[in-house]
Write a new protein. Structure first.
Ligand SMILES: Cc1cc2nc3c(=O)[nH]c(=O)nc-3n(C[C@H](O)[C@H](O)[C@H](O)COP(=O)(O)OP(=O)(O)OC[C@H]3O[C@@H](n4cnc5c(N)ncnc54)[C@H](O)[C@@H]3O)c2cc1C
Length: 485
């Protein structure tokens, strides 16, 4: 007998299923695609020896979140490989700024702004666990570590406004590039929190890549579910909740839009109206390249970076992101680039290697981004185009077909405005519980929002265990001795 059905096998659906299965429930998962993983898929695209991360590539939050700390990927054989330089930011005039894991080394490279960078990041890095737990929470309880809350709030206030305390372009652009991960108007309180969360993580738990590809993380989660009696059904698009039968508990790793469609007339009209008001944000347009050599970044410093931000100066990025969020295409969008073999040499095979990149574009943008992204990389890495063996582009407008959670190409599964980072997807005390008995939302459209941290799934499962079964203590998620490698 199935105790719980989980719809969707992204990191949040898998995290919910792990948590419920560990609490002793019989769990069945249903996934639209032919493979599990949602944003955690890795596959060969052009050459059978070279795999590409289809969505997520870099995992600062899988290295840091409460869920993954308890799940312990390392003990299960998933190696999170750390670049010594988590990210770099080349500037149009040839200079570049670099964030090293070592704050002192980062500060040294930032010259006059070095001490300011240290004062901003070091106190957060020293309390990293508390900072991560605070941001990656349901945002419905008082912070357990008040010092971490004060440190974060005071810094977010200073950096969420148009003024930047930095004097050099290097430091300004370095931080604004991280803020752009919030994919929205800049500056804003939400992007400031994202900048501080990811920015300090670079100096503490790091910005690792999973050896062999992001799918290794999904595989480890699925193995745990199966080891605890769960079943996984791929190629099953749940279009109507009635398909799930009389199962007492339903966890939905799906978008509010998909939930509205699948619940149909059963959805109370007030809640349905609130879900219809949920706003989706700008899109991402991805390009994958198969190349013959490492990206020839003009500034050699950048060649060591795990992730590279291409946005130009601080004011360029503010302009690009604000226009994109307002639905206007810009000729020079913000682009994130990863040459995974820099951090994980196993990704390169027989003189070929993958390059992962995406641009921020307006919601629903239909343009094939391949050439735009190629030209953007070429600006900072002359000769890049000559190394391309094969490429493919995925316009923002086509993401939803690939994964219904990315409405209009919004990979954050909902605009990251201040309102929607709290009222996600609607303003309710328990954001996971829906008015349909036994039905819980657990996707990145619930707090704490996007990224591979598993926390939406974990917190939704804990809400379900508490409200349906009276279980207040979280189940043990650590690997059993036979699961350790
Ligand atoms: C191009 C790109 C780059 C990214 N880069 C990073 C990164 O480097 N680091 C990072 O941390 N995050 C990154 N992200 C974001 C991250 O992947 C997501 O935030 C995360 O995967 C969200 O997890 P989720 O479980 O909520 O949903 P998803 O991972 O989107 O999974 C949802 C799953 O549910 C399935 N589904 C939906 N509706 C139904 C239905 N009705 N029936 C059956 N199945 C259904 C979908 O097919 C999908 O498999 C990136 C995303 C993209 C697209």
């Amino acid at each position: 007998m199935t105790d719980a059905a989980v719809v969707g096998t992204g990191p949040n659906g898998l995290a919910a299923a792990v948590t419920l299965a560990r609490a002793g429930l019989q769990v069945a998962l249903f996934e639209k695609a032919d493979t599990i993983g949602g944003g955690l898929r890795t596959a060969p695209l052009f050459d059978s020896d070279v795999v590409h991360d289809i969505c997520s590539a870099v995992h600062p939050m899988a290295a840091a979140s409460t869920f993954f700390r308890a799940f312990d990927l390392g003990a299960r054989g998933v190696r999170l490989l750390q670049p010594g330089m988590p990210y770099a930011h080349p500037l149009p005039d040839g200079r570049a700024a670099a964030a090293w894991r070592d704050i002192a080394r980062t500060a040294e490279g930032l010259g006059a702004d070095g001490p300011r960078w240290t004062r901003l990041m070091a106190p957060l890095a020293e309390r990293s666990g508390a900072v991560v737990d605070l941001v990656l929470s349901s945002q419905r309880s008082l912070p357990r570590d008040l010092t971490a809350a004060v440190l974060l709030a005071s810094r977010a206030l200073a950096h969420g406004t148009a003024r930047t305390p930095f004097a050099t372009e290097e430091a300004r652009a370095l931080l604004t590039g991280v803020a752009a991960h919030a994919v929205g108007k800049l500056p804003s309180p939400t992007s400031a929190v994202v900048a501080l969360l990811l920015g300090h993580a670079a100096h503490s738990s790091g910005w690792p890549l999973a050896e062999g590809g992001s799918a290794r993380i999904a595989d480890a989660l699925a193995a745990d579910i199966i080891a605890h009696g769960g079943t996984i059904h791929t190629g099953h698009h749940v279009r109507d909740l009635a398909e799930l039968g009389d199962v007492p508990l339903v966890m939905l790793d799906i978008s509010p839009k998909e939930f509205l469609a699948a619940a149909g007339q059963r959805m109370p009209s007030r809640y349905a109206r609130a879900l219809r008001r949920y706003r989706y944000g700008p899109g991402a347009a991805k390009a994958d390249f198969l190349v013959s050599e490492p990206i020839p970044w003009a500034n050699p410093l950048v060649r060591q970076a795990g992730t590279v931000h291409l946005g130009g100066t601080h004011s360029d990025i503010v302009r690009q992101e604000t226009a994109t969020a307002a639905g206007r295409a810009v000729p020079d969008p913000f682009v994130l680039v990863v040459d995974p073999a820099v951090t994980d040499p196993s990704r390169a095979a027989s003189g070929r290697r993958p390059v992962w990149a995406y641009a921020h574009v307006p919601h629903g943008d239909e343009r094939d981004p391949t050439d735009l992204i190629r030209r953007r990389i070429e600006e900072y890495a002359p000769g890049f185009s000559d190394t391309i063996v094969a490429s493919r582009g995925l316009p923002a407008a086509q993401y939803e077909e690939y994964n219904p959670n990315y409405v209009g190409g919004d990979i954050a599964a909902g605009a990251m405005t201040l309102r929607q980072s709290l009222a996600r997807p609607v303003a309710r005390w328990d954001p996971y519980r829906t008015p349909l008995p036994g039905v819980y939302l657990c996707s990145a459209s619930t707090p704490p929002g996007p990224s591979v941290h598993g926390m939406c799934g974990y917190l939704a499962a804990r809400s379900a265990l508490r409200t349906r079964y009276g279980l207040r203590t979280p189940p043990d998620l650590s690997p059993k001795p036979k699961e350790r490698v």
